[in-house]
Design a protein around this ligand. Structure first.
Ligand code: ADP
Length: 396
């Protein structure tokens, strides 16, 4: 079956058409600047060349129509008609406490996703727009919602409760949810396969280090803790997000800089992290280049970043009373060999030793620890689209 995977944001939409039998990507691409001037669609069929077409997209429905037209185009298309799309899998960011797993999209499911909008006001409404647009254009095609939060719904209360008045949890659902669940699930399962051991018998720590970044503790096949919280702002120092900090800083900075809450939130989400620390960029390639050239702030940013990741790993070793596998994934986790090395230097107390040669390999599943290392350290490339396609197949 061919499965169309849709990741719909407020002004952009990523898509992949995946054959679920071979798990091959038949075509993929991106619509950008939806609803604003200068919209364009990128389309790349497997083995073919990438094509960028400027085309007006006043609405998401129009964007998805262009995607479907490209996929079924006589010359560049990869399928003859929409009848060859067996199902659509939608990424949905927040499933609150309602969704502990992926779900078939029905009117009830849409209403329940809408109820989670308040928890992810930037993401969920956009995800829903993508769902409705697909329903309009493919009313008979079964659809599935795959949530970023669902994998972490197995967290125990002691891990998800904040030290706040309990009524805030009861009344407003203020608790830790965690994100990147599709990736943490995919990578931890794959890590168990690479280790050649049963998923249910392992203690795995996954470090998803991309632009947004989070660490998770997966014990016996279940997420028992993760570093992001009510929103993706908590936890690690990220590209532009602060991660953990003393909440009193918010009032202090608001007064000093004459900012309101929205202004402070903007600083914490968009101007902090390694961008704010280094003053160079949110991209690790730029920061590493600057650090190599002797830029002091870039060096400090990289050190603070690694230290925070190592601290979370230490916390999760405690939470699980041990660890068998540590897996690195996402843009930086997969490519940043010096970052991995820097983080693992803190972990010699666990009996971890890194094989330098393996640590320099890119683009495939690989064990980067030495054979006598007490904990296996791996690089496992994540594939959220494939994970969504698998979940979708399982439900249709
Ligand atoms: P997201 O999906 O959250 O946007 P990615 O998983 O694509 O993020 O990760 C993007 C980040 O990965 C970039 O900001 C960059 O810092 C880092 N990255 C990508 N390639 C490399 C590389 N070769 N070396 C170091 N960092 C890299």
């Amino acid at each position: 079956m061919n499965i169309l995977v849709i990741n719909c944001g407020s002004s952009s939409l990523k898509y992949q058409l995946i054959n679920s039998d071979s798990e091959e990507v038949l075509a993929k691409g991106l619509c950008e600047r939806i609803g604003i001037e200068g919209s364009q669609i990128t389309y790349q069929p497997a083995g073919g060349k990438k094509e960028i077409t400027v085309s007006p997209m006043p609405t998401h429905t129009q964007a998805i129509k262009l995607v479907l037209d490209a996929l079924t185009d006589e010359k560049k298309g990869v399928i003859k008609s929409l009848a060859e799309v067996g199902a659509v899998g939608h990424r949905v960011v927040h499933g609150g406490e309602k969704f502990t797993a992926s779900t078939r999209i029905t009117d009830e499911a849409i209403a329940a996703i809408e109820e989670c909008n308040e928890l992810a006001p930037l993401h969920n409404p956009a995800n829903l727009i993508g769902i409705r647009a697909c329903q309009e254009l493919m009313p008979e095609t079964p659809m599935v919602a795959v949530f970023d939060t669902a994998f972490h719904q197995t967290m125990p209360e002691e891990a998800f409760l904040y030290g706040l008045p309990y009524e805030y949890y009861e009344k407003y659902k203020v608790r830790r949810y965690g994100f990147h669940g599709t990736s943490h699930s995919f990578v931890s399962k794959r890590a168990a396969e690479v280790a050649g051991k049963a998923y249910e018998d392992l203690k795995i720590i996954v470090c998803h280090l991309g632009n947004g970044a989070s660490v998770s503790a997966v014990k016996n096949g279940k997420s028992i803790d993760t570093s992001m919280g009510l929103t993706p702002l908590e936890g690690l120092i990220m590209g532009t997000r602060s991660g953990d900090m003393d909440p009193a800083i918010m009032e202090y900075i608001a007064k000093k800089e004459n900012l309101d809450i929205a202004g402070v939130m903007n600083v914490l989400n968009k101007k902090s992290g390694v961008l704010g620390l280094s003053g160079v960029s949110s991209d690790f390639r730029d920061i590493e280049e600057a650090a190599d050239a002797g830029n002091e702030r870039a060096i400090k940013a990289l050190k603070a970043y690694n230290y925070r990741v190592a601290k979370y790993i230490g916390a999760y070793v405690a939470a699980m009373n041990g660890v068998d596998v540590i897996a690195f994934t996402a843009g930086l986790g997969e490519n940043g060999n010096t970052t991995r090395k820097g983080i693992c230097e803190y972990l010699t107390y666990l009996g971890i030793a890194i094989n330098e040669e393996a640590n320099n390999v890119r683009g495939k599943d690989i064990v980067i620890s030495t054979p006598d290392s007490k904990v296996q350290v791996m690089v496992i490339p994540t594939n959220e689209e494939l994970a969504i396609a698998r979940e979708t197949l399982a439900l249709v």
